[in-house]
Design a protein around this ligand. Structure first.
Ligand SMILES: Cc1ncc(COP(=O)(O)O)c(C=O)c1O
Length: 371
């Protein structure tokens, strides 16, 4: 007999998050998960020997040196940092702390990162969606958002993403401040800045020092080339941090992760990271150049992150063609506003050259299909 009737019906009914890695296991040229093509620690050797020789001990739940390094990096005090297993964990903790099942809601602006939905559904919170404006480069609809905050008392968390995934656009600083004011006493504003380092707009992390209803999520997954480390941070005033600490797993970070993250954030690595960001910028220019002017591409949104979004004719066929040639891109067939859209992460020069060859071939093949 099936055990399914024993499970929570809403979990049984839930459409699971389709992560880039589950969609395409780690083979081929992976341009689908907004990872860095380089690891900053590739020549760092194993995690330091203390982390290994002390594996018999539980790690420090919030290792002070790491908290301190992240506080310095993001410009807040140590009391305002919670180290998490990537931003994913921050999203989950916030939803569980602020949303009561069956009563409260999150607000989000799709198309955006899929884990806001998953966290809400897992918690039994409702989802209020204020869609981005398809005819305005997917910019958020500030008026609708403000109206939703005003009208819907269920909204306890408002997820904003800047730069947004997958459109790459930024939130206007004036709108952010208006939303923080409008949400005061009603909801927590969560600003997910997973891609902030790639953008020209400075991070809003320092606003945490001024607004008690703001949480900024940062991560080492993207601009630090460490998606596999699973290390991020929630930045907020002490009251929120202490609530999140009540429900976080007792030992969220494995000792080798702590050790590697500390190594990553040591002073002598910052030059390397800066270089990586510059290389990424250069490669993004190359990616944009190789996409521009192609007959099958209808629109390109360069955005401010380490990926580019574009709309193409026969997008599904293009995705399959690239996959057959070993290049994995991200499509959005289930997103109503993103029909025909494809997202490409900025890869290494070699990866992008391989992509160029495949797109050249596709251009010829498509001409045959359409004629
Ligand atoms: C907007 C956004 N937030 C958060 C994440 C997850 O980041 P992490 O690896 O820190 O959990 C991603 C990953 O793609 C993302 O695009």
């Amino acid at each position: 007999m099936s055990i399914l009737p024993l499970a929570r019906p809403e979990i049984v009914a839930m459409k699971p998050y389709s992560s880039a890695r589950t969609e395409a296991p780690g083979r081929g040229i992976l341009l689908n998960a907004n990872e860095s093509p380089w690891s900053l620690l590739s020549d760092a050797g194993p995690a330091d020997s203390t982390a290994v020789s002390e594996l018999n001990r539980y790690p420090d739940p919030q290792p002070f040196k790491l908290v301190s390094a992240l506080a310095k990096l993001y410009g807040v005090s140590e009391q305002r940092v919670l180290v998490t297993r990537g931003s994913d964990e921050g999203i989950d903790l916030l939803t569980r702390v602020f949303c009561r099942a069956g009563k409260d809601a999150i607000a989000q602006c799709p198309p955006n990162f899929g884990m806001y939905r998953i966290a809400a559904q897992t918690q039994g919170a409702a989802i209020v969606s204020i869609p981005r404006q398809a005819d305005n480069d997917f910019r958020m609809d500030g008026d609708q958002l403000l109206a939703a905050l005003e009208m819907d008392p269920r909204i306890k968390l408002l997820f904003l993403t800047s730069p947004n995934n997958p459109s790459g656009d930024l939130i206007d600083r004036g709108l952010l401040l208006d939303l923080l004011e409008a949400a005061n006493g009603k909801a927590i504003v969560v600003l997910d800045e997973a891609y902030a380092e790639f953008s020209r707009q400075p991070s809003a992390s320092e606003l945490v020092n001024r607004y008690e209803n703001l949480v900024v999520l940062r991560t080492l997954s993207k601009a630090w080339g460490a998606a596999g480390l699973r290390c991020g941070a929630a930045l907020a005033q002490e009251e929120i941090i202490s609530l999140l600490r009540r429900i976080i797993a007792p030992y969220p970070l494995a000792s080798p992760v702590i050790s590697l993250a500390l190594h990553m954030l040591s002073d002598d690595m910052s030059g390397r990271q800066q270089q990586m960001l510059e290389d990424m910028q250069e490669n993004k220019g190359y990616l944009l150049k190789l996409l521009t002017g192609r007959s099958f591409i209808q629109n390109i949104w360069p955005g401010e992150a380490n990926f580019v979004l574009f709309r193409a004719r026969k997008a599904e066929e293009l995705l399959s063609f690239c996959a057959e040639q070993g290049i994995v891109l991200r499509g959005f067939s289930s997103e109503p506003l993103l029909q025909g859209c494809i997202r490409i992460s900025v890869g290494s020069k070699d990866e992008l050259s391989a992509l160029k060859t495949v797109l050249d071939e596709w251009e010829i093949k498509l001409r045959g299909i359409l004629s």
